[in-house]
Unconditional design. Sequence first.
Length: 191
Amino acid sequence: MALVISDMSISLDGYVTGPNDNRENPFGDGAEMLHDWMFDAATDDDRAILQAALDGVGAIVMGRKSFDNTEGDGGWGDAGPVGDTPCFVVTHSMPTASHPPVFTFVTDGVVSAIEQAKNAAGDKVVGLHGATIMQQALPLGLVDEIRVHVIPVLVGGGTPLFGTLDAPITLERTQARVTPAATHIGFRVVR
């Protein structure tokens, strides 16, 4: 069965977006560089890390805000964040406009979305896209691994990757690689 992995770029102070993230400013104020390790500042090591992650993804679960901020023109175009890879969007209400068939809207919560994504992913990874989805799934025991790409910047506010937890969650480090643009760290969630 597919592993569920949260794989996100974060600032050193733990934010995945800066303040005021929206459709016109999807990374938020002062956080544009959080993804430079994938593009402008990428080294061969960064590209290898990114390619391995992309090659392993069989489905994605994302929140409605992430979807609204980046779908369509000016975002992913007629596909999802990883092309035609199935995306399950957790939402409280179905959209009124039509969207490419790569997107399935799930109104009965993150558990259902992850279950559907696992079925679609087969032996590949279910990637969690967005901090709120990870914050919902982690305390429920639905996340198998956490990968962070720590960018050497302090954003000072925005969307934190980790919210308040009711109980500690033990992690085992599985990787740590440093490039000029990021420190790439992987953890397995200990059950």
